[in-house]
Design a protein around this ligand. Structure first.
Ligand code: TEU
Ligand code: CA
Length: 555
């Protein structure tokens, strides 16, 4: 196992819009992030990932870029960005930015030129096809509802967009497009950034046959979109021309990929990407906006698969991001056991095998929002999928019930800094989005002042993790994969073996385990001593314990 800094460090994702508003216009900004860097340092974060900070009309909150070399006006200026990077480096942290190059905004100059005429030199920067009479070139669908093709009245051709029609897909078959992308990457790398999170990167290569999807494929088009024939070739080119020239971290957001693709994308010998985000864990119990049932055995199986990759791979571990509901509401119990279950999930995230990626607010146990009306949502996906929901026989009311478990907006409510107005996110009167009213109890100020808080639990656990290579690199063994309430696993290192026992349920469980007396307790979310007998441990609801055992002593 080759050691790398990014295997040992911890990432924290910031959704700048919702993080902290420094000038009271109701929108989080770069100066706001700078003001909170000491907070992140105190928590023990090493790498900060910011969601897109580029100039954008914000159809999809910055995931639609109008100018790749300009900072979004609401977020600040290029000077602010340079200052942010510098302040992060002064604190010995790193910054990775979001590279969104499967598509751009339709307001990007390239697209404005491209659609202006069929013989414009930018025409082939995007994917244009003639339709068949009045129907699009094929039946591909967009993730935000409807066809993935939009007809352009000027030429009567259609352009491809996997996401909104304001997010036209770039044509990676065109060498010039790829060179433009590499140029953008170098622009930011030469400023000194420490890497990229790459948005829907497996989608960049399109199957040039543009065949219709089968009925089955239409249920999960991402599986087809992520298996284009030239994906690996493009990434190898990007790696040799750009990535390999810098000591940086590249993480591919790998929505939709198969196990095999994952294996190749992040194989150290293949020279493509360092890490990938797999979505199986975070998407368990969710099919688009539809909530489904899931159980712990299924979840453990997914952890098992991702942890048992060979020495040439390294997983990522995350239970939150800006596209998914809050982890304490999904995997924990955000009502009766919020604090305890949030701590348990912290232990799960920070003791699995892989690089942990935390998301703003997770460290204080922020919860889902309780939506009751459609007009409370901001996300374009909500309205985009409404007609599909209605036509499949689901009422508006049921749709909202699903969204209360699945919507992306749960993670986008503003960060809860204090019990003050709007949770201390802004002193302005018009915030771009909601603040969860539970900010009166759940906020950073409270957590900082209380040694027993979720924040301090994360902080202490991050310290433990930092001090133990065995916890980081140790082998992973799930000791009871079929148990429906208990998640128990070992991390076996050269010298130390860690044993983690999590009761992921509301019930008291007497769990049989024979050799517990060989271990000593390292950390837990209990206020009392654990109740252990020779062959049993009594676990209360959401108990989380971490034991260790030293194999031998170095003289
Ligand atoms: O997300 C792609 C993705 O994995 C999905 O979450 C998708 O956005 C949606 O849930 C489909 O149902 C990335 C970004 O993280 C997301 O915020 C953007 O909206 C999307 O790409 C387009 O850039
Ligand atoms: Ca602002």
């Amino acid at each position: 196992m080759i050691r790398k800094w990014w295997k040992e460090q911890v990432v924290y994702q910031i959704y700048p819009r919702s993080f902290y508003d420094s000038n009271n216009d109701g929108i989080g900004d770069i100066k706001g992030i700078i003001l909170k860097l000491d907070y992140l340092k105190l928590l023990g974060i090493d790498i900060i990932w910011i969601s897109p900070h580029f100039d954008s009309p914000n159809e999809d909150n910055g995931y639609d870029i109008r100018n790749y070399k300009k900072v979004m006006e609401e977020f600040g200026t290029m000077e602010d960005f340079d200052l942010l990077l510098n302040e992060i480096h002064i604190r010995k942290m790193k910054l990775i930015i979001d590279l969104v190059v499967n598509h751009s905004s339709d307001e990007h100059n390239w697209f404005i030129e491209s659609k202006s005429s069929k013989d414009n030199k930018y025409r082939d920067y995007y994917i244009w096809k003639a339709g068949d009479k009045n129907s699009p070139p094929n039946n591909w669908t967009s993730f935000f509802g409807g066809s993935a093709w939009e007809k352009d009245p000027i030429s009567n051709d259609y352009y491809l967009h996997y996401f909104s029609k304001k997010q036209p897909d770039l044509n990676w078959e065109n060498n010039k497009v790829r060179e433009e992308v590499y140029d953008v990457m170098k622009f930011w790398l030469d400023k000194g950034i420490d890497g990229f999170r790459m948005d829907v990167i497996p989608f960049i290569s399109k199957d040039q046959d543009f065949n219709n999807l089968s009925k089955k494929e239409l249920l999960n088009p991402e599986k087809v979109y992520s298996s284009g024939p030239r994906l690996h070739e493009f990434l190898k080119e990007m790696n040799s021309k750009v990535l390999s020239k810098y000591d940086i971290l590249s993480i591919g957001e790998a929505f939709g990929i198969s196990e095999d693709t994952m294996i190749q994308l992040s194989d150290e010998r293949e020279e493509e990407l360092d890490l990938v985000f797999l979505f199986d864990i975070i998407r368990i119990g969710r099919e688009n906006w539809i909530q489904n049932k899931w159980n712990l055995a299924q979840l453990k199986k997914l952890f098992n698969t991702q942890s048992s990759v060979d020495e040439f791979h390294w997983p990522t571990v995350f239970l939150n991001n800006h596209d998914n509901p809050r982890s304490v509401s999904k995997y924990g119990n955000d009502k009766d056991f919020r604090i305890k279950s949030a701590k348990l999930l912290a232990m799960l995230t920070l003791t699995q095998r892989g690089t942990p990626i935390l998301y703003q607010g997770e460290e204080i146990g922020m919860t889902n929002y309780n939506f009751s009306e459609l007009n409370q949502f901001d996300d374009l996906e909500v309205l985009g999928n409404l007609s599909k929901a209605i036509s499949s026989g689901i009422s508006k009311k049921e749709y909202i019930l699903h969204l209360n478990k699945t919507s992306r907006d749960h993670s986008r409510t503003t960060m809860q800094w204090s019990s003050g107005k709007k949770g201390g996110f802004s002193n302005g009167n018009n915030n771009w989005f909601l603040s969860n009213p539970n900010h009166d109890r759940i906020n950073v100020e409270n957590d900082l002042n209380n040694e027993d808080s979720i924040f301090h639990f994360y902080r202490k656990l991050l310290q433990i993790r930092k001090q133990s290579k065995d916890l980081i690199y140790g082998h992973y063994f799930d000791l009871d994969p079929n148990h429906q309430n208990i998640f128990i696993y070992q991390r076996v290192g050269l010298k130390t073996t860690y044993l983690i026992i999590l009761n992921m349920s509301d019930s008291l469980i007497n769990y049989n385990f024979n050799n517990l007396t060989e271990y000593s307790l390292e950390f837990s979310n209990l206020n009392t001593k654990p109740r252990i007998s020779s062959n049993q441990i009594e676990l209360l609801a959401w108990d989380a314990l971490m034991f260790k055992k030293i194999k031998y002593y170095d003289k």
